[in-house]
Ligand binder design. Structure first.
Ligand code: SAM
Length: 198
């Protein structure tokens, strides 16, 4: 956290640190925006153990992102760890169609925006992001976390952040804890939103 405040750590690194306090070995989790696979890799390391019961479901609409993520996972994981990951070329709003019904998720992560180094026209959109957040809400285990890193510095980013804010501010306080990390005097800095199910 101090590293983030003093500009030495990125919001995604803070997110990984928070996840590590929530996720346990053997958990089932979703990376709803896999990108180049760095978040996926961190998640596999958190769920993997000798029982091979953990699972990481991964989504992206972009073929190149899934290829990049697959290569990173192939290079970085043991074959047992790699076997815990399933990648799907679908929109995250359809996550309920590929994840087995009735399996509660400990963590669903969203790192919104466009693929780093990729086509900036292919970015997440408010409408499908909201549908995916609603799906994640239905699938989350008690004690589970929806983690959202939102980038407001590109076209459409501010509107998407407002959609995320409308989603989390409407959640009943009896069942949900919502929290965000934002730098008020850096209006274009990424915003980290945490939605925890009690
Ligand atoms: C900021 S990147 C994610 C970075 C990634 N988590 C990592 O560790 O490298 C956002 C990704 O969301 C993907 N994306 C855009 N719209 C999507 C959608 N509707 N469903 C799933 N992924 C989507 C983009 O293709 C892009 O790769």
């Amino acid at each position: 956290m101090m590293g983030y405040i003093f500009g030495k750590k990125k919001a995604t690194q803070v997110a990984h640190s928070v996840w590590s306090h929530i996720v346990q070995k053997g958990d089932t989790v979703i990376d709803a925006t896999c990108g180049n696979g760095y978040d996926t890799l961190a998640m596999v390391k958190m769920v993997a153990d000798k029982t091979h019961s953990g699972h990481v479901y991964v989504m992206n609409v972009q073929k190149v992102a899934l290829e990049n993520a697959s290569s990173l996972l192939d290079e970085s994981l043991t074959s047992d760890e790699r076997g815990l990951v399933e990648l799907f070329a679908i929109c995250h709003s359809k996550m309920e169609e590929v994840v087995p019904k009735g399996v509660p998720m400990r963590l669903v992560t969203f790192n919104l925006g466009y693929l780093p180094g990729g086509d900036k026209a292919l970015m997440t959109r408010s409408e499908t992001t909201l549908q995916a957040l609603e799906a994640a809400k239905r699938m989350l285990a008690p004690g589970g976390l929806i983690s959202i890193v939102v980038y407001v510095g590109h076209p459409g980013g501010r509107e998407e952040y407002e959609a995320v804010q409308a989603f989390d501010s409407g959640l009943p306080v009896e069942n949900w804890i919502c929290c965000k990390l934002q730098m008020p005097n850096r209006p274009l800095a990424p915003i980290f939103v945490l939605v925890l199910k009690r």
